[in-house]
Write a protein that binds this ligand. Structure first.
Ligand SMILES: O=P(O)(O)OC[C@H]1O[C@H](OP(=O)(O)OP(=O)(O)O)[C@H](O)[C@@H]1O
Ligand SMILES: O=C(O)c1cc(=O)[nH]c(=O)[nH]1
Length: 170
């Protein structure tokens, strides 16, 4: 079946081959650069449309940096509000880790890429600390690196729009 997000990731050459160290510290011979690919409005808009149509939520959230444009785009496509989870605490101004009102709200977390799931778990933990209700994470590309199991242990389902194998085997 046609998958427009997969086709656009291929069109924008989102996969690069080389020696990469991933966020988890693992080594990889390839990297999926969703962050650069979603600078193209056709891809960002398609992702936002699909997520807005398929999932039910009151607030869409993203972890900085990669999750921010995604969450904002889904917010605009769905008319639902948005939240941002800081990547790290700051010691000036307002210091809350979650920007936006999530307390008591059903929140969907969106990630650009999931590998180990460590970044998503961090986002889920911060959202829950801020009072959010969260049981789903959408990942634009899942690399099958353990994220689904890590999140499932916390009662969270991972919903990938594309699997890395589909990109590698196209
Ligand atoms: O599932 P994981 O093993 O946690 O890896 C995936 C995460 O790694 C990347 O973020 P990175 O840490 O490079 O941060 P960035 O979004 O600020 O570039 C990517 O955006 C995911 O958030
Ligand atoms: O695991 C990661 O850090 C990672 C892998 C990948 O392919 N792309 C990305 O942005 N992050």
């Amino acid at each position: 079946m046609a998958n427009p997000v997969l086709e656009l990731l291929i069109q924008y050459k989102a996969v690069e081959f080389g020696d990469f160290t991933l966020a988890s510290g693992a080594k990889s011979t390839y990297y999926v650069d969703v962050k650069t690919a979603i600078m193209q409005p056709a891809l960002l808009g398609e992702i936002a449309k699909e997520v807005a149509e398929r999932y039910e939520f009151e607030v869409v959230a993203g972890v900085a940096v990669g999750g921010v444009p995604l969450a904002v785009a889904v917010s605009l496509a769905s008319g639902k509000s948005c939240a941002i989870i800081r990547a790290a605490a700051k010691d000036h101004g307002k210091s809350e880790m979650v920007i936006g009102d999530v307390a008591g709200k059903r929140v969907l977390l969106i990630e650009d890429v999931t590998t180990s799931g460590g970044s998503s778990k961090y986002g889920v933990d911060e959202l829950r600390k801020a009072g959010a209700i969260i049981d789903s994470v959408v990942s634009v590309v899942d690399r099958d690196g353990g994220a689904a199991a890590l999140l499932a242990a916390d009662g969270v389902a991972l919903h990938p729009l594309v699997k890395a194998n589909e990109l590698l085997n196209h």
